[in-house]
Design a protein around this ligand. Structure first.
Ligand SMILES: Cc1cc2nc3c(=O)[nH]c(=O)nc-3n(C[C@H](O)[C@H](O)[C@H](O)COP(=O)(O)OP(=O)(O)OC[C@H]3O[C@@H](n4cnc5c(N)ncnc54)[C@H](O)[C@@H]3O)c2cc1C
Length: 387
């Protein structure tokens, strides 16, 4: 049987996150967004709900759920707000998941319990000022062993969750050697506050205004040799796996944003009148909303498919890239159309659709641009072998 009906447990999770987003996030997020403030209180409450521990085993304080459940939560959050959703997405898929997947028993015991509770956040530092898509070619950050310490030098750009007051650790990818011309890349955990590790000021971003994004600098930054995460030289392979999963999560977030646009428009066109009728009376508006609903539906199915394959242990690389591409397109198109349906009010920051419009663009950039998704899909189709 092929089917995507949620079971009782999944529906209970979905509806509890939907209610949380509507009752706790929606009333306050507009003001926080205007001020560009990190939503500490909301994050703490999400931690108490178990959202940061959703895909992790109970022995680490997790909820014993799976990646599908985590994506479902992201989708429901993003129907209301994407800054909060990306904070959860990056905290779990980029921050905690590599520690869970590749960490030693001691590393998991040390870091995961606080991360699963949402009391602490972890970040993943891959992108550098000189290159994001072109990794490993564009990577410059290095780490060398000096006795029983790694000495890290370099910088990272645009790192989510890296500078909050509850950030506990950043996993940085660094060149730890060379195999001929090929850089050997490893992942090294750098606890917040380590001397030589400087966190820059919060960027002024177009969207995701409540999420924390920083530039990081490492200068003679020393951490114990046992802070290596996974095997020496395994960082690049680990990063590819982390990003494949992260793309499914970002796709779910984007699909949620696309659906949130439909929610907002359905409310608005029953209230606003023009030329003697409610806006929703006009077929041009109905068709726009029908197109938006169709995009949101296809987007949801695309991440369901990728996530279902992921949790079944099947190959999902191509489906993850297709979902990321499809869902971010849907988010962009729907936020543009929703803003149009709201007219002048759609351009006012106090209306959620304006926030959605500002938040949608980055979905075509972060965790692999749309061009990179197309490269992955083309490679999976065997096109890269053509001369
Ligand atoms: C808000 C925000 C949060 C982020 N959070 C994180 C994080 O937590 N951790 C992290 O490591 N990174 C993070 N990033 C970085 C993000 O993943 C990168 O911005 C992204 O991968 C693109 O890299 P780049 O910015 O260096 O662009 P570039 O790689 O310089 O690309 C520029 C443009 O060229 C295109 N391009 C590049 N190469 C090719 C090619 N061969 N063919 C065709 N087109 C090409 C790209 O698609 C893009 O359109 C974040 C970014 C943002 C904006």
């Amino acid at each position: 049987m092929v089917g995507f009906a949620l079971n009782e447990e999944q529906e209970a999770l979905r509806s509890s996150v939907e209610e949380f987003a509507r009752e706790v996030i929606a009333p306050v997020i507009g003001d926080l967004y205007e001020r560009g403030e990190f939503p500490y209180d909301i994050v703490s409450r999400m931690g108490k709900m178990g959202l940061f521990g959703l895909p992790f085993p109970e022995e680490y304080g997790g909820m014993g759920g799976d990646f599908f459940a985590f994506c479902l939560a992201l989708h429901e959050l993003a129907r209301v707000d994407s800054s909060v959703a990306i904070t959860l997405e990056a905290g779990v898929a980029l921050g905690a998941m590599p520690i869970y997947r590749f960490g030693s028993a001691a590393q998991k015991d040390r870091w995961l319990p606080d991360l699963c509770q949402g009391e602490r956040l972890a970040a993943f530092g891959l992108t550098e000022p000189g290159g994001g898509s072109d990794i490993p070619g564009g990577m410059r950050t290095t780490a060398r062993l000096d006795g029983d310490q790694w000495v890290i030098d370099g910088s990272k750009a645009f790192i989510t969750n890296s500078g909050t007051s509850i950030t506990s650790v950043v996993t940085a990818l660094a060149i730890t050697g060379r195999d001929g011309a090929k850089p050997e890349i490893s992942a090294i955990m750098v606890p917040a506050g380590t001397p030589g590790f400087t966190v820059g000021p919060e960027y002024s971003k177009v969207g995701w205004r409540c999420s924390d994004t920083r530039e990081l600098a490492f200068s003679d930054c020393r951490v114990p040799a046992e802070n290596l995460l996974g095997g020496l030289g395994r960082g690049y392979a680990q990063f590819l796996q982390t990003l494949d999963e992260g793309r499914v999560a970002i796709a779910a977030l984007a699909a949620g944003l696309a659906e949130g646009c439909v929610d907002e428009c359905l409310r608005y066109v029953g209230q606003r009148t023009a030329f003697g009728h409610e806006l929703g009376h006009y077929q041009a508006i109905q068709f726009k909303i029908a197109d938006m609903a169709a995009r949101a539906h296809v987007a949801r199915l695309s991440w369901y498919d990728a996530a279902a394959r992921l949790i079944a242990g099947e190959p999902f690389k191509s489906q993850a890239a297709i979902a990321k591409l499809t869902c971010s397109n849907a988010a962009m198109d729907n936020s543009r159309d929703a803003t149009q349906i709201f007219g002048g009010y759609g351009y006012m920051n106090e209306f959620p659709v304006a926030r959605f419009y500002r938040d949608a663009k980055v979905l075509e950039i972060g965790e692999g641009t749309s061009e990179v998704q197309r490269m992955v899909i083309a490679r999976q189709l065997g096109l890269s072998r053509l001369g």
